[in-house]
Design a binder for this molecule. Structure first.
Ligand SMILES: [Zn+2]
Length: 378
């Protein structure tokens, strides 16, 4: 993984490079970012950068033998620990039992979550764990000489899973053997022992900007520009969510939203029935995405009411639609209520409610709001 393959996170990258260039890299880093923001990819990029012998322009070269070994997770001085399960009764949940699976998993997508990982190894209802034995093995491995004569790097992915056993590592983190770099990756810092937190240098990842997510999708040829922009707005700063959506969003959502709103604003009953009929034939994911996207557009319209000169961060057609909506006499309160009603329907659709009825009744509610009438309570 190269830094340039990381989606967004410019501040974190620059922060790391600054430490590196000024020779102030601590021997224990803690990378913290919410699910889907790229904690593991970031740790892998640091590892490759540190091992690479041909670094240039603040990144690894991507072609030298060290880069190759790190990118395959096969470098002899690069160790990985992550939540695992006991493969059979009487054995501990050691990472080494699953290293081959972990290589495959990371090759598919390093942005996936620990939940995805545990499913990948068929953990079913077993909880993942980083046991005390794994901590002891980490200490033993890092106390050995490096195989290739350079640095040794240990990544601990999902440090939350260390639990109290993490205390075993305190001394190692405080005084690691020479030429050793420990990189812990976590999503919820509160769940990591404070004794570990205080001994590591924190690198915070932020939710990824929509523009960076869109770029990440088009760079990977997972979506065209328009679809990428839509997905980026739906994924709440998570590239993992963006990847999931790119697999589930079949077509362009916007023409359907426009068709729906035209029917709503002209109170066209026949068209609204047709719309509900057509949408209910799509999969639930597609239905949810369309409704979620509608919420995003409504929120942008509300924003424009307060800040009429800003350019909505949307493709041009959607931006025009949002501008029109923001100028419509429908009240602010009505727009808010529309968002609430749509959210409620998403909730019901997620729970397998009959989607055609739900969408139709939603349309009726929205017309009430648009026309400024009170929705009759049943
Ligand atoms: Zn290299």
């Amino acid at each position: 993984m190269l830094f340039k393959q990381i989606v967004g996170q410019k501040n974190a990258k620059n922060g790391f490079l600054k430490m590196w260039e000024s020779n102030h890299l601590p021997h224990a880093l803690m990378i913290v970012g919410e699910e889907g923001t790229g904690g593991l990819p970031f740790a892998l990029a640091i590892t490759q950068f540190v091992f690479c012998k041909e670094k240039k322009n603040g990144d690894a070269c991507g072609v030298c033998s060290d880069c190759n070994k790190v990118s395959r997770l096969e470098h002899a001085d690069f160790h990985l620990s992550f939540p695992a399960i006991s493969p059979k009764t009487g054995t501990k949940a050691m990472s080494r039992y699953f290293i081959q699976e972990f290589r495959e998993f990371v090759a598919q997508t390093p942005y996936a979550s620990v939940f995805d990982w545990l499913q990948f190894i068929n953990a079913e209802n077993k909880q993942g764990n980083i046991p005390a034995e794994e901590c002891r093995e980490i200490i033993d491995k890092l106390n050995l000489k490096s195989y290739e004569g350079g640095k040794k790097i240990q990544i601990i992915w999902m440090a939350e899973y260390l639990g109290k056993e993490g205390n075993i590592l305190l001394k190692l983190i405080e005084e690691p053997p020479a030429d050793t770099l420990l990189i812990l990756v976590a999503e919820n810092l509160e769940e990591v022992l404070t004794t570990i937190q205080s001994r590591t240098q924190l690198i915070r990842l932020s939710p990824i900007h929509a523009a960076d997510i869109a770029q990440g999708l088009t760079d990977r040829s997972l979506a065209d520009t328009k679809k990428a922009a839509q997905i980026a707005h739906l994924s709440n700063g998570s590239f993992a969510e963006a990847l999931r959506l790119s697999q589930h969003t079949e077509n362009d959502l916007f023409p359907e939203v426009r068709r729906w709103f035209n029917a709503l604003f002209t109170n066209n009953g026949i068209e609204l029935v047709k719309f509900a009929d057509d949408l209910s034939k799509d999969g639930r994911e597609q239905q949810k995405n369309l409704l979620q996207y509608t919420i995003q557009l409504l929120e942008q319209a509300i924003k424009l009411r307060y800040l009429p000169h800003i350019q909505p961060p949307l493709p041009e057609e959607e931006a025009q639609f949002v501008r029109k909506l923001s100028k419509h006499p429908v009240t602010f309160d009505a727009l808010q209520k529309m968002i609430e009603s749509i959210s409620k329907i998403i909730y019901h659709i997620e729970r397998n409610a009959h989607s055609k009825t739900q969408i139709l009744s939603l349309s009726v509610q929205l017309i009430y709001f648009i026309q400024g009438k009170k929705f009759p309570m049943l």
